[in-house]
Design a protein around this ligand. Structure first.
Ligand SMILES: *Cc1c(COP(=O)(O)O)cnc(C)c1O
Length: 429
């Protein structure tokens, strides 16, 4: 399988080069040249496939010959060794829990998959590769955990000072080994901008790659979730809709890829917080990226979602085609908190702020489409947003083992406030 750049000014390259380079030389995101639908047999019998078998069917064409079959199966096995349950909230809305991995955020799957692919490609190479990543919260922890101890790979994580939760900060600043955290004076967009600049800077001596969802190896494994949900819900015989709490729009874009592979999905709802660039675009046709605003669903505080361009490509850059399959709604922090309360009161379920935004999107869609089954993606465990969840719902949440283990570790981070400081750091011997 080859990939082309969405800026169309770079040569086509294979999966390996796409993973190692992250972004094309012309700064475009990579996109697969073909998307070949899976067989009817597969969909008719999906309930008899294990999650590992499903994941292999789904990802195999995108990897091609770059990783031997047995090794790819092993990577998948290590990547998804936890559960992805669908939990009903009411008759029309269910929660797809993606937080049962090691850092309790859905990004564990993409980060683990990418780390293992990169480790595989770099195993006979003497040069270290540096993974440079900006995080608005959850990416950092998942990437740090996924790459910890992977030979031949260093990880440098940039995060906005004071804008991530305590637990999130601990998850990315306490691991040590090949993981370095840089605390940036600024917002997430500043971090993302610094990362983008570094990739274009010829004066940086290290070999850099990205582990944001612009990297295909982080983005594509997210297709698995939608198949796992379908496997559990197929016997309901209802039209399936996914409401995806969205920031950089990588997750929802993976869902649309799953649909291209033949997964029967009626509609996608991209649910956002007040960072509403995409909902506004669908409303008035004007795409105006804005600086990000801080919210209680901070992993979605993105003013200029990188993957939206891939979504447009999937709909042939035709906004009318897009609107047939895709809606997007924005919600305020107050609405999000009210939703968390409503979910708890009506069903006893505790949603984190991101999941609650997804729930609101599902509700909005159901107003005009009452006979559908809407699944919102619960992208993080509520414990990761302990303060908001505790305050809003007046509950105490038991802190799971994997979180307890890091709470007492000491944060190690280097403060930076400009691109030059990042550059100096990256050029240290
Ligand atoms: C990253 C993240 C999101 C947003 O996902 P995108 O793929 O960037 O749209 C939503 N919720 C949580 C908890 C996240 O960590």
């Amino acid at each position: 399988m080859n990939y082309y750049s969405l800026h169309h000014k770079s040569p086509k390259v294979s999966f390996k080069d796409v993973v190692v380079n992250g972004i094309a030389p012309d700064r475009g995101l990579y996109f697969p040249e073909n998307i070949i639908p899976l067989s009817e047999y597969f969909f008719n019998h999906i309930e008899y496939f294990s999650n590992e078998e499903i994941a292999y069917e789904v990802i195999q064409q995108f990897v091609g010959d770059d990783i031997p079959t047995e090794r790819l199966k092993q990577i998948i096995k290590e990547t998804i060794d936890f559960d992805f349950p669908v939990v009903p909230i009411n008759e029309n809305i269910s929660s797809l829990e993606l937080f049962h991995g090691p850092t309790m955020a859905f990004k564990d799957v993409g980060a683990r998959f990418m780390a293992r692919c990169l480790g595989e490609f770099n195993k006979d190479n003497d040069n270290q590769v540096t993974v440079l990543v900006a995080t608005s919260g959850d990416t950092g922890g998942a990437v740090a955990n996924g790459f910890l101890g992977v030979k031949g790979v260093d990880v440098v994580i940039l995060y906005p000072s004071g804008k991530v939760s305590d637990i999130q900060e601990k998850q990315l600043t306490t691991l040590g080994q090949n993981i370095t955290a840089l605390e940036v004076e600024g917002v997430f967009d500043d971090c993302q901008e610094m990362v983008k600049t570094a990739f274009l800077d010829n004066e940086i001596s290290r070999t850099l790659t990205s582990a944001n969802s612009i990297n295909v190896a982080r983005w594509l494994p997210q297709m698995f979730y939608f198949f796992f949900a379908y496997k559990q819900l197929k016997n309901k015989h209802k039209d399936l809709v996914f409401s995806v709490p969205s920031g950089n729009f990588g997750n929802i874009c993976a869902g649309i890829m799953a649909q291209k592979l033949g997964l029967p999905v009626k509609h996608f709802v991209a649910s956002t917080n007040v960072n509403d660039t995409v909902p506004n675009y669908l409303k008035n046709g004007l795409y105006y990226p804005k600086p990000s605003k801080a919210t209680i669903s901070n992993a979605m505080d993105v003013g200029n979602p990188s993957n939206f361009i891939r979504i447009q490509e999937l709909f042939d850059n035709d906004v009318n085609k897009l609107k047939e399959q895709f809606s997007s709604y924005a919600f305020s922090d107050d609405e999000t908190k009210d939703a968390m309360k409503e979910i708890k009161e009506s069903s006893g379920y505790i949603a984190d702020p991101h999941g609650a935004v997804g729930y609101l999107g599902a509700q909005e869609y159901l107003k005009n489409n009452p006979n559908t089954l809407c699944v919102f993606l619960e992208t993080a465990h509520p414990v990761k947003f302990l303060d908001v969840v505790g305050e809003t719902l007046n509950v105490t949440i038991d802190i799971p083992q994997q979180i307890q283990a890091i709470l007492h570790k000491e944060k190690v981070a280097k403060q930076i406030s400009s691109y030059d400081e990042l550059k100096t750091h990256l050029n240290l011997p």
